[in-house]
Design a protein around this ligand. Structure first.
Ligand code: GDP
Ligand code: MG
Length: 356
């Protein structure tokens, strides 16, 4: 792809006219990065310039707009994607949306809910306060087996939510799952049963709500605080699967222990003393950004121990794998790996889980 790297060179040196000429030689998707920092005087001018370029070269639908990535990571991405990515210029700290007609990618927020009446007000306050174009955001919630009126409270908000978001999907699906009153939620035998239902809830919700969105943002209903620009910051990594650090208080202990790597030996807490973006194997779902195409390609939340050896396998098996298994969000992490997609964690991007 010599044209592509030539174009990237022009992009780095700011030679816009040459860049356009080089882009016109490229096949497929064409996207360019023009990061714009807040307070930069020529922000609108740069964005309009980029928009003019994209209009001239590719149609809007085939352009993916992301944020402030560096061109180096871009060229690596291009090496196997046969694409240049046009990063639109939104400041890192967020704002009122893109000026100059550049639109943000569509994001679908998905939340499985059970017995969550006490958390709904705060949940809606937070999703309503996200600094992201509301007409590029849609919302989907699936409620199961609540006895505290959770679904009715969600329904009562439907009109108000529909006025704010591009689309709202509220689904109810009973699984008839009850944790025995005396048993702690985290007891190991219950974990597999509980997380099987949770995985099914997530999958049912995904299939019910996903339409034309570019990204899916999973948020648990009992996450009680996060920065309003959390979407932009996660999108800004340019990674397909991104998990922030779910803690019980700012700077405090990790809540979501499903984020780990090195066969569970390293958790998010232990990755705090390094880089802002760390590779993960298992991921948590308290908040999880997934490129929607990864879901469309088949990435789901396994409602069974993914990776476990099946007794029905051919022996010897032509595609053998070890006999272990992970479930739900951790299973999704394993499945992503098997699909060739890496998962990433952001140890310093904290979201706060309710103290339950
Ligand atoms: N639809 C549905 N949602 C569930 C179920 N169990 C938990 N949830 C929701 O899934 C998310 C994660 O569950 P939670 O109990 O908070 O998990 P934990 O905090 O990681 O122990 C929350 O938004 C819950 O309300 C279920 O059986 N069905
Ligand atoms: Mg929770």
């Amino acid at each position: 792809m010599p044209e592509l790297f030539q174009a990237l060179g022009h992009l780095r040196m700011g030679r816009l006219r040459k860049l356009v000429a080089a882009l016109e030689q490229c096949r497929d998707l064409v996207v360019i990065e023009r990061p714009v920092t807040q307070g930069q005087d020529d922000r609108r001018g740069v964005i309009e310039e980029v928009h003019a370029i994209t209009r001239g070269v590719v149609d809007d639908e085939s352009v993916r707009h992301l944020d402030h990535l560096d061109v180096l990571s871009l060229s690596r991405e291009c090496a196997h994607e046969d694409a240049i990515i046009i990063r639109s210029g939104r400041a890192v700290s967020g704002g009122a949306g893109y000026p100059g007609g550049i639109v943000e990618p569509r994001v679908l927020i998905l939340t499985p809910v059970k017995q969550a009446a006490q958390h709904l007000d705060r949940y809606f306050e937070l999703v309503g306060g996200l600094s992201y174009q509301p007409d590029r955001l849609s919302l989907g919630m699936l409620e199961s087996d609540s006895t505290d009126g959770t679904f009715e409270l969600m329904q009562a908000r439907q009109h108000e939510l529909s006025e704010h978001f591009a689309r709202v999907t509220l689904v109810q699906r009973a699984f008839g799952f009850r944790i025995p009153p005396a048993a702690p939620r985290w007891a190991p035998p219950l974990q597999v049963a509980r997380r099987t239902i949770l995985a099914k809830s997530r999958n049912h919700l995904l299939f019910a709500a996903l339409e034309n969105e570019d990204w899916v943002l999973w948020i648990d209903v009992d996450v009680i605080d996060y920065p309003s620009d959390v979407i932009t910051r996660m999108l800004g990594t340019g990674k397909d699967i991104v998990h922030p650090h779910c803690v019980t208080r700012p700077g405090g202990p990790t809540f979501d222990w499903n984020a780990w790597r090195d066969q569970g030996r390293q958790t998010m807490a232990e990755l705090r003393n390094g880089s802002e973006l760390v590779r993960l194997d298992g991921v948590g779902g308290t908040m999880l950004l997934v490129r929607a195409d990864a879901h469309r390609d088949g990435l789901i939340f396994p409602p069974y121990l993914y990776g476990r050896e099946s007794r029905f396998l051919r022996r010897p098996n032509p595609f053998a794998r070890p006999h272990v298994g992970e479930i739900e969000t951790e299973g999704l992490g394993m499945m992503a790996k098997d699909m060739g997609i890496e998962c990433w964690g952001m140890p310093y991007l904290e979201v706060i889980h309710a103290n339950t």
